[in-house]
Ligand binder design. Structure first.
Ligand code: HPA
Length: 243
């Protein structure tokens, strides 16, 4: 049974880094989840492409609860997630990785908890440390060993999507302390936290955010940068699994 899972974001759909890959599925209270399980250097690893294997699920329609429930059920304890992000921070450039440690939540329509008040139980989760500091250190070490540029810490702004942001929104997020912007990390991170799993995220900067970039944003630009640096993100995570 795998105790490690990779949740692949935009551009990370391919579990070919693993050997002996097979499909698996788990029924959850929120629907069925189909994922891959394979091996890397003798370690069993589960792999879920967050947007589906053909990027067919938009950010606001991802079944976050089912995904986290499914990997918890099969015994996963550590999660390495990847996300494509736009940058608001001039130091964080396209191609850079950011090992995020905080988030600002601007999502609007997502069910964001497993705790729905059943049996009169009200749960208020502490999220002072939303991302697993241990896995962040491991990822940092992995980046150092590979000579990959990775920023230690950063605040992820999660928007509802699927549209990109207006330049005015980006100015506001920057004033509020955001470093990078994406559409998927919330509620994934907090659900994993509720499920008491060690959750980390490698964000890859694919573009400068709207209004900072001189040209209109396109999904093609995001995917192109992701593809160009796809080998790096895979190496970073696989090295981290080894450490
Ligand atoms: N905004 C929101 N999500 C993103 C971006 C962006 O600029 N780039 C990649 N995902």
């Amino acid at each position: 049974m795998p105790d490690i899972a990779i949740i692949g974001g935009t551009g990370v759909y391919d579990p070919s880094i693993l050997t002996d890959v097979h499909d698996d599925k788990v029924m959850t209270p929120f629907g069925e989840v189909i994922f891959k399980v394979g091996t890397y250097n003798g370690k069993a690893v589960a792999f879920i492409p967050r947007h589906g294997s053909h990027h067919s699920i938009p950010p606001h329609k991802i079944n976050y609860r089912a995904n986290i429930w499914a990997i918890k059920k099969i015994g996963v304890k550590k999660i390495f997630a990847t996300t494509a992000v736009g940058s608001l921070n001039p130091d964080m450039k396209p191609g850079d990785f950011v090992l995020i440690d905080q988030f600002l939540d601007f999502t609007k329509s997502r069910i964001s908890t497993f705790f729905e008040g059943e049996g009169g139980k009200v749960v208020h989760l502490d999220v002072s440390e939303p991302y697993c500091p241990h896995l962040r250190q491991v990822l940092k070490k992995s980046a150092e060993k590979l000579g990959i540029r990775a920023h230690m810490g950063g605040t992820y702004v999660c928007t509802e999507g699927p549209r990109f942001e207006t330049p005015a929104e980006i100015k506001m997020y920057a004033k509020l302390g955001g470093d990078v912007v994406g559409m998927t990390n919330v509620p994934e991170v907090t659900l994993a936290h509720e499920a008491e799993m060690c959750y980390s995220t490698v964000s890859m900067v694919t573009n400068q955010a709207a209004g900072i970039s001189k040209t209109p944003l396109t999904h093609a630009e995001v995917v192109a940068t992701m593809e160009k640096n796809g080998a790096n993100i895979k190496n970073l995570i696989m090295k981290a699994i080894d450490l």
